[in-house]
Design a protein around this ligand. Structure first.
Ligand code: NDP
Length: 480
């Protein structure tokens, strides 16, 4: 099936008629083509967005909210269809796409449909000066949204929903590796009555199509989720043009386990936080630190649980671990496993590709546990973004904190303890944008989401996203 660009409410071929293969990673075969869009396609999308802006930015909040709610409803209504498309395109288990990816894409639209009706302007009375200040928030204009392949529709809509809710028009690009559900979203937007040109989706390579969005002088804000090095490249291009930038980048998140935790709950959750979505979630706890007194017990129990995970084809309801997203990504993850031993690491479980029935040429890898001796090794310092976790023991809170913070990243962290004082001191010292205590990946969409250090700049979620996608203007009125 050939995917097309969605520009001005219509599905169109790329101007230069160039195409890229789209792979089904669960069988390693091409199953369609996607546009290899050029600068000209991005310009066409920009013009459509620019023309739609004057009218869209003046729609009432109720009108916008109603359209966003309709999109949310239609996503939910097509859950089965969208989940199958997502799973085929990405390799993730169908059960996961049904339970997480598609419901969350629907929630993103519903959340911002509601949030925009509650997003208030501010007034400051300058007491004694006979003046009042209004702070109004206007939409920016045309904005760019660029998303990665790991949670395709989930992260694509996490940007688009607040952008259009705030009255902007959008030129968006999903990852070239997983374009399908973004393409299907176009049809949903038409069905929901989103006016032409409010959302434009251009498919293609990051280095050309993505870069053309970032370099466009009149696309005034860029919301990007992806790798840290891509984020740095985008920042270099965007900074001299003074664009607003929101960068959600990589992570190397610590999962810190104290002996006083609820052990069974911790074990169960740690299996998920290590290997959900084949470990391809920026929030996965890829560095596990365990208090010395329970380290040996944890190793035995964790290996046992992980060995029960079924690596299989995404459509099998029993599958826990599906295919990695692409051959090149599989090779990247494998290259880290290869250096483990050279770095003094010991592979406690996994480490090999798996031949899966029904997916013989697919990109399957065993969930892999590696015991490392030092946090300084590459395995602990660099983002692997696959089904690979490292484990290490620690002696006390101080050492746990040092290990947790000793990475360039600062996206999220998980802490397992039932000690209130420890919880309070450690959560304040851990260098991360999000800290979960006795849970993982529990999300309240009102909360700010994002990282510090090399994990990014800015926050998404709740009113933070609406603030990002709007420009504040102070109006000061003096009266007699
Ligand atoms: P990439 O950085 O390779 O790509 C992300 C997106 O940017 C894709 O759409 C990509 O297109 C595009 N892109 C690539 N190069 C450029 C460029 N020069 N200019 C503009 N756009 C470009 O990341 P991945 O897709 O490999 O995703 C994995 C990464 O995303 C991991 O590092 C992960 O941690 C991070 N991530 C962060 C999250 C967070 O919230 N902090 C959440 C999820 C993932 P194409 O695919 O076509 O190359």
């Amino acid at each position: 099936m050939n995917i097309k660009n969605y520009i001005n409410g219509e599905f169109v071929n790329p101007i230069k008629n160039q195409w890229i293969d789209n792979y089904n990673p669960s069988i390693g075969e091409v199953y369609g083509k996607i546009p290899n869009s050029s600068e000209e396609d991005v310009e066409k999308a920009y013009q459509a967005a620019k023309n739609a802006f004057p009218s869209w930015s003046k729609t009432t909040l109720n009108e916008r909210s109603a359209i966003l709610s309709k999109i949310s409803f239609l996503i939910k209504d097509k859950l089965e269809f969208l989940a199958k498309a997502e799973s085929k395109d990405n390799g993730k288990p169908l059960t996961l796409a049904k339970a997480v990816d598609i419901p969350r894409a629907s929630s993103n639209f519903q959340f911002f449909a509601n949030a925009i009706t509650q997003f208030a302007s501010e007034a400051h009375e300058s007491v004694g000066l006979n003046a009042v200040n209004l702070t109004l928030r206007h939409p920016i204009g045309v904005v760019g949204c660029i998303s990665p392949w790991n949670l395709p529709l989930y992260l694509f809509t996490w940007k688009i929903a607040p952008a259009i809710a705030a009255g902007n028009c959008v030129v968006a690009k999903p990852s070239e590796v997983t374009p399908m559900t973004a393409f299907l979203l176009g049809e949903i937007c038409n069905e929901a009555g989103l006016p032409k040109g409010v959302l434009n989706i251009v498919h293609g390579l990051g280095s050309t199509t993505g870069q053309a969005i970032v370099s466009h002088p009149n696309i005034k804000a860029i919301s990007f989720t992806g790798g840290t090095s891509t984020g740095a490249r985008i920042a270099r291009i965007a900074a001299p043009m003074f664009k607003k930038l929101s960068l959600e980048l990589g992570g190397k998140n610590p999962n810190i386990i104290f002996a006083d935790c609820d052990y069974d709950k911790m074990l169960e959750t740690t299996v998920k936080s290590s290997f959900a979505n084949q470990g391809q979630i920026c929030l996965c706890g890829s560095r596990i630190f365990v208090e010395e007194s329970i380290f040996d017990r944890f190793k035995v129990d964790f290996i046992k649980k992980v060995s029960n995970l079924k690596v299989g084809i995404p459509v099998d309801p029993e599958t826990n671990v599906g295919a990695l997203v692409s051959k090149s990504h599989l090779e990247k993850v494998n290259s880290y496993i290869a250096i483990a031993e050279a770095e003094g690491g010991e592979i406690l479980f996994g480490g090999h590709e798996v031949n899966v029935e029904g997916g013989e040429n697919g990109y399957y890898l065993q969930p892999t546990i590696i015991e490392v001796k030092s946090n300084k090794c590459k395995l602990n310092q660099e983002e692997i973004f696959g089904p690979v976790v490292t484990i290490m023991s620690f002696k006390n809170e101080e050492e746990a904190l040092t290990l947790a913070n000793d990475v360039p990243y600062g996206l999220s962290a998980t802490l397992w303890t039932n000690d209130l004082n420890r919880t309070m001191t450690m959560t304040q010292e851990i260098q991360a944008g999000i800290v979960w205590v006795n849970t993982w990946l529990m999300r309240d969409l009102r909360t700010p989401f994002g990282g510090i250090k090399s994990s990014g700049v800015g926050r998404e979620g709740g009113f933070e996203a609406l603030r990002f996608f709007s420009e504040p203007k102070n109006i000061c009125i003096e009266y007699k």
